[in-house]
Ligand binder design. Structure first.
Ligand SMILES: Cc1cc2nc3c(=O)[nH]c(=O)nc-3n(C[C@H](O)[C@H](O)[C@H](O)COP(=O)(O)O)c2cc1C
Length: 162
């Protein structure tokens, strides 16, 4: 038996290609945002999704406190946004200043030109090691207007089909 250490675990799971989304929440008038790939569809009826959020990341506590969050699935054009919103130590204030976005019905920020946006209300949160597994009911969604290629994350790099 050979359990992976954290670096090996990152390397192992980097071989599972994922899409890339921006998770957003708003608490006391402040926007919080983070790039995420650990996202899954959980249930169709009711519509549930999950996202795994690092315990020590800046988004963790505000997202759990607010209970309302957005998911914006990025197209291939969202590479710079994904890199920026995965940068440790970026300032909280103004982190969406240069990221084109709009407001959903719940008031959360949603990234413009996403492949799809979802707005969710937390229904459960489970401990998951150094992450919390947050399950949310989808309360609103918008498909992107134009068909675009997806942004893909694979082996620690961004890819797009073309
Ligand atoms: C492609 C990609 C996917 C990521 N997926 C997640 C994720 O699902 N959950 C998570 O907590 N962090 C994820 N991260 C890491 C966070 O984006 C990053 O730790 C965070 O934005 C750093 O800022 P912070 O220190 O303010 O939290 C991912 C990063 C990248 C580049």
């Amino acid at each position: 038996m050979s359990a992976p250490d954290p670096q090996q675990m990152r390397e192992a799971m980097s071989r599972f290609a994922t899409g890339v989304a921006i998770v957003t929440t708003t608490l006391r008038g402040r926007d919080h945002a983070m790039t995420a790939g650990s996202i899954a569809s959980v249930s169709l009826d009711p519509p549930l999704v999950l996202v795994c959020i690092r315990l020590d990341g800046g988004l963790h506590d505000p997202l759990l406190e607010s209970g309302i969050w957005g998911l914006s699935v990025l197209s291939a054009k969202g590479r710079a946004t994904a890199s920026w919103l995965a940068t440790p130590g970026r300032p909280l204030l103004g982190q969406l200043e240069r990221v084109p976005h709009h407001r959903g019905v719940s008031g959360v920020a949603l990234i413009d030109d996403a492949l799809v946006t979802l707005e969710c209300r937390t229904t459960a949160a489970y401990p998951g090691g150094d992450h919390t597994i947050v399950v949310g009911e989808v309360i609103d969604w918008e498909p992107g207007e134009r068909p675009e290629d997806p942004l893909i994350h694979y082996r620690s790099q961004y890819w797009s089909p073309r």
